[in-house]
Design a protein around this ligand. Structure first.
Ligand SMILES: Cc1ncc(COP(=O)(O)O)c(C=O)c1O
Length: 285
């Protein structure tokens, strides 16, 4: 059966169905494929799989059916063509950097991002000759002026952690694209239930799945979502080689988290309005 076009379905259906492939056991819930590797019918088949001439599972560092289901489900929910699941939110940001950057490149990043993101750019990517300029989240002139010929991407977290400042993603996408650079958005806080950065012009979405995607404090994980070509050509080869892989067990837990994402995020919003935490006005609910 052909894969449905998940863009034609609502978010609640995507959250429980996208990426699911029932086995001959006709299970209701997604199975967990706890396997490091796979059997091949012949050495020729193994050779064809490893060289990429034939599609199929090879080795769970970079091909696992449960992880793939999570990737396809989150891609559908974010409105992206491709998702790459990784071991943590920080692994997602590091993988984007290792995949896209080379020595001499430059990144512009909002100042109010998660502390380890600052350390990653400032201490670690700097060791490989990548420089970063930090700008205020909503100072759009500063974003524009910070871009240089060697800038590869803008990185923004919106809402920011921990100050929950909000950036205009459409405006940042325009600034980035007018000067030929990519826009990467950390969408950890709002999730696709409340914000879809790709539809607003972002090129790549980052997740710490550890937060609301799981929502129940069980696993650490991360994800990168975006265009098929960009992710397959520039980031997936790093996952295959560098190995910041999501485990199939964690992927299964995150699948269960995605199933309830919509109603949980709705409840978070309602609770915040009720307590007056949003806009300082409880009547807005
Ligand atoms: C906005 C944001 N991005 C990324 C991360 C890193 O995610 P992880 O803890 O899954 O590595 C965090 C963690 O708190 C975060 O808040």
């Amino acid at each position: 059966m052909n894969e449905p076009n998940w863009n034609d379905y609502g978010p609640e259906t995507q959250a429980i169905r996208a990426g699911q492939r029932r086995t001959h056991e006709q299970e209701h819930s997604d199975p967990i494929f706890l396997t490091s590797s796979y059997v091949f019918n012949s050495a020729a088949e193994a050779a064809a799989r490893f060289s990429g001439k034939e599609p199929g599972n090879i080795y769970s560092r970079f091909t696992n059916p449960t992880v793939r289901t999570f990737e396809q489900r989150l891609a559908a929910m974010e409105g992206g063509e491709r998702c790459i699941a990784v071991a943590s939110g920080m692994a997602a940001i590091a993988s984007v950097g290792f995949g896209l950057l080379k020595s001499g490149d430059h990144v512009v990043c909002s100042r109010g991002v998660f502390g380890n993101t600052v350390i990653l750019f400032q201490n670690y990517f700097a060791k490989f000759g990548v420089s970063t300029t930090f700008v205020d989240l909503t100072d759009y002139e500063a974003w524009q002026h910070a871009i240089r010929p060697e800038t590869r991407f803008l990185f923004v977290e919106t809402p920011s952690n921990p100050l929950t400042q909000i950036a205009d993603i459409c405006r940042l996408a325009d600034i980035a694209h007018n000067l030929g650079v990519l826009l990467v958005v950390d969408n950890c806080f709002l999730t696709p239930a409340l914000q879809k950065p790709l539809a607003l012009g972002a090129d790549i979405v980052i997740h710490s799945a550890t937060k609301y995607l799981d929502g129940q404090g069980r696993c650490v994980g991360g994800a990168i979502v975006g265009k098929l070509d960009l992710l397959d050509k520039e980031i997936y080869p790093y996952l295959r080689t560098g190995g910041p892989t999501m485990s199939p067990f964690n992927a299964w837990v995150f699948l269960k988290g995605l199933e309830t994402l919509g109603i949980r995020m709705r409840a978070h919003g309602e609770n915040a309005f009720e307590s007056g935490a949003l806009a300082g006005n409880s009547s807005l609910g």
